[in-house]
Design a protein around this ligand. Structure first.
Ligand code: MV4
Length: 445
């Protein structure tokens, strides 16, 4: 195992990685921007290095500064967390050149799966269903018109270098195709420095179900079952749960097998998430692979009892997975609510500022992953996540009751948070039935 590790991230995920390091006896080195100088995670790290001003481009996204911090602190490995450089294959290349172990998959896997057109082709090779769509990149409007006629409207235009919902355009008829195609291309060019786009049939009212997988360097691949992440708003997940409340055991087994086929085909190593979209008839289709630890990983940890960050570190250090698939079970139900500094009354505008009062919930089955405290100032520089509230109970009904109780206990003021929204969702009859899709929040609120 590594003896020293740098965490190229901030906030709750930096704290999460530091906690795993502590328990594994790894010396943790935190980095921080000037805007984060009072952050709690810095007090828990063994060492800390300031890497620049508040703007992410000058600190957490700045590769030379991160690498310099790693060289100065003499670490063997870098954990990228999520966001920032976590899925940047160029960064992973540079880590390798500098003989620093990147805690994640190999750079070529990140390149392959980061290209959504290549990922579709890979899924096809692995005999995993893909959404009907274009054969590769669509070069111009003329080809797009022909392709859309073949697959039938509505279609969705996606950026090859996109993912996570960025750079997508839904098109309902040929009249709108031309402008949507050009807009999608130029948006992709400016957002991802790559204008390539492709087409898929648009699935209305899809559900988002993702399978967590882990693979080691000697070809052991196991899955940690699924998470249902259908409750999203503007591509930001709001509430996640595991197991999915709506899929049958047969479908669950199929999704997990499909995820493993794809990960095997990619010769993938370390933790990854295979995302699927489910249509109204419960047909499932491959969507994309996330090559990082995800925000919602705690619900998988709660139902499986596995510390996923420790697994990430062990696999990156060359250790093999010492568990068998048959010994990994889903026990009970876990739900996570993301608590953001946003104002649900005001179109979810970020609500940065100083937290004066912070009272954390507790009790049996309650977990809070948060870097915030009374007196902490939420910076406008970064995403507005204050923390993640996770509950774990035997049944879904108990988990919902526990989450509602814990959300009511949770006091954060005077900034606005998404706690009231989460409470409303948890009381909604459609949510209680498990009958929600990715458009539910926007239709209902
Ligand atoms: C789709 C889709 C419907 N049809 N693809 C969004 C995140 C990315 N992983 C894939 N996403 C989607 N892809 C097809 N062919 C619906 C989504 C989607 C979505 C779309 C519009 C508004 C909100 C959404 C939330 C989740 C998923």
């Amino acid at each position: 195992m590594f003896s020293r590790l740098l965490i190229a991230n901030r906030g709750e995920i930096a704290l999460r990685v530091i906690r795993a390091c502590r328990e594994l006896g790894i010396v943790s080195v935190a980095v921080y921007s000037q805007a984060d100088r009072d952050a709690y995670y810095l007090t828990q790290a063994d060492e800390r290095i300031c890497i620049g001003p508040g703007e992410a481009s000058e600190s957490y996204l700045n590769i030379p500064r991160i690498i310099s911090a790693a060289e100065i602190s003499n670490v063997e490995a870098i954990h990228p967390g999520y966001g920032f450089l976590a899925e940047n294959d160029h960064f992973a290349d540079i880590c390798a050149e500098c003989k620093i172990q990147f805690v994640g998959p190999r750079p070529q896997s990140m390149r392959l799966l980061g290209d959504k057109v290549k990922a579709r082709a890979l899924a096809q090779q692995a005999k995993v269903a893909i959404i009907p769509g274009s054969q590769g990149v669509v070069p111009d409007v003329e080809s797009a018109t022909i392709c859309a006629q073949e697959i039938g409207y509505p279609v969705i235009i996606k950026a090859a270098a996109g993912g996570g919902g960025r750079g997508m355009r839904i098109v309902h008829n040929e009249i709108n195709l031309r402008s949507a195609f050009h807009n999608a291309q130029s948006e992709a060019a400016s957002a991802f420095k790559n204008s390539a786009v492709f087409l898929e049939k648009y699935l209305d009212q899809a559900r988002h179900v993702e399978v967590q997988v882990a693979a080691d360097n000697v070809g052991n691949i196991i899955h940690l079952w699924e998470r249902d992440c259908s409750l999203q708003r503007r591509h930001q997940k709001v509430i996640e749960e595991s197991p999915s409340p709506v899929i049958s055991n047969n479908l669950r087994a199929e999704l997990c097998k499909a995820a493993i086929r794809l990960i095997k085909e990619a010769e993938y190593v370390n933790l990854g998430t295979v995302e699927f979209l489910l249509d109204k008839d419960d047909k499932y289709y491959f969507s994309e692979v996330n090559t990082r630890i995800q925000v919602e990983h705690p619900i998988t940890e709660m139902v499986t009892g596995i510390d996923m960050v420790k697994w990430q570190l062990r696999i990156a250090a060359g250790e093999n997975i010492n568990k068998r698939q048959k010994d990994i079970h889903q026990q009970g139900v876990a739900i996570e609510c993301r608590i953001n500094a946003e104002d649900p009354e005001n179109d979810f505008k970020p609500s940065p500022g100083r937290i004066e009062r912070f009272v954390a919930p507790g009790g049996l089955g309650v977990r809070l992953d948060s870097h915030a405290y009374a007196g902490y100032e939420i910076s406008p520089h970064y995403d507005s996540l204050i923390g993640k509230l996770i509950v774990h109970k035997k049944t879904r009904a108990e988990a919902i009751a526990c989450m509602k109780r814990a959300l009511r206990e949770f006091e954060i003021s005077p900034i606005k948070t998404t706690i009231p929204l989460c409470l409303e969702i948890l009381s909604h009859p459609q949510y209680v039935k498990g009958n929600v899709d990715t458009g539910f929040i926007e239709r209902t609120w």
